[in-house]
Write a protein that binds this ligand. Structure first.
Ligand code: 7PJ
Length: 292
């Protein structure tokens, strides 16, 4: 299949007209426009209102720290979260895009599964679709293909409401690989070339701590699928399965996990603590640049 994307240097993925250089690991900063997200709910959106000034300061700090991508989400997908209506999600996301898009040059991704949010968000300047449901919601695949943007396809077993009810796999790595292969085929059939696909094993989404650590340890095995790998490990509960830490005490462990993932081939790291993550990544990149 031929791609309509501009000619690409090795490791560069075009997000609309902006190049994302994945030849070294890059950061994606999390901006949750929700009252109830996993670790930062209510900071940027409270009492039905976007806190535009806080959002601007947060985005600016992320851009200053060197993040390549700002990830805007209007739906909480933490375990047990209640569903949000498509209209409510759309209102949150469009309000945030209106604040950020004109002010910052960073690539904006949308953490969404909703076809309407994909279509209208892309029209409002979003340049990557990051879907924890891997475009399985009816209409999402077609909406993403029509938007012509890169997609991040994440593995999730079940739905946020029930995904942590005793997840079981015979082999978590094989089952996630099979899922990726099936989703790559589906997006290619819909007209999204593999060169615009990122894959994410979905840490914490329908997985026990052992599943999560197995996926991390064997992350490099997914590289044979030929797509760059994205990971979200920041502040996740797999940390608390090892050390008893509240959400805001998980920074050091999050950075350790991010570095392990980057060493195993991850190229896009979804993080909350951008300055600390960026400093840590700079050390890895410096080491890798000296060669063997
Ligand atoms: C992830 C995500 C992740 C990708 C969330 C949280 C929960 N998108 N959205 N990967 N997690 N691609 O921030 O902890 O792991 S929401």
């Amino acid at each position: 299949m031929t791609s309509a994307a501009p000619p690409q240097a090795a490791g560069v993925m075009f997000c609309g007209d902006k190049p994302l250089d994945l030849s070294t690991p890059q950061l994606m900063g999390v901006l949750n426009i929700t009252p109830d997200s996993f670790s930062d709910g209510g900071q940027l959106y409270r009492d039905g209102e976007l806190r535009a000034d806080v959002l601007c300061r947060r985005a600016e700090a992320m851009v200053d720290a060197g993040v390549a991508v700002l990830d805007i989400g209007g739906e909480s997908t933490r375990p047990g979260a209640t569903a949000v209506s498509e209209q409510e999600e759309l209102d949150r996301v469009l309000a945030a895009l209106a604040v950020i898009e004109s002010r910052f040059d960073a690539i904006i991704s949308l953490d969404t599964s909703s076809p309407r949010v994909i279509t209208e968000g892309a029209a409002a300047g979003a340049a990557v679709i990051n879907d924890v449901r891997a475009l399985r919601r009816p209409g999402a695949l077609e909406a993403a293909a029509a938007a012509g943007l890169p997609v991040c396809l994440m593995h999730m077993r079940g739905e946020p409401g029930d995904m942590q009810d005793q997840p079981h796999y015979d082999s978590v790595v094989d089952e996630v690989s099979t899922f990726f292969a099936e989703r790559i085929k589906a997006v290619e059939l819909a007209g999204i070339p593999r060169s615009r696909v990122l894959l994410d094993p979905g840490f914490g989404f329908g997985k026990t701590p052992e599943h999560n650590f197995t996926l991390l340890r064997r992350l490099g095995e997914f590289l044979v699928l030929g797509c760059p790998l994205a990971v979200g490990l920041s502040r996740k509960s797999m940390i608390a399965s090892v050390i008893d830490r509240t959400m805001d005490q998980r920074v050091s462990a999050s950075i350790a996990l991010a570095l392990m993932a980057a060493e195993r081939g991850a190229r896009l790291l979804r993080v909350h603590d951008v300055r600390e993550s960026s400093d840590a990544l700079a050390m890895l990149t410096a080491m890798e640049q000296v060669g063997l």
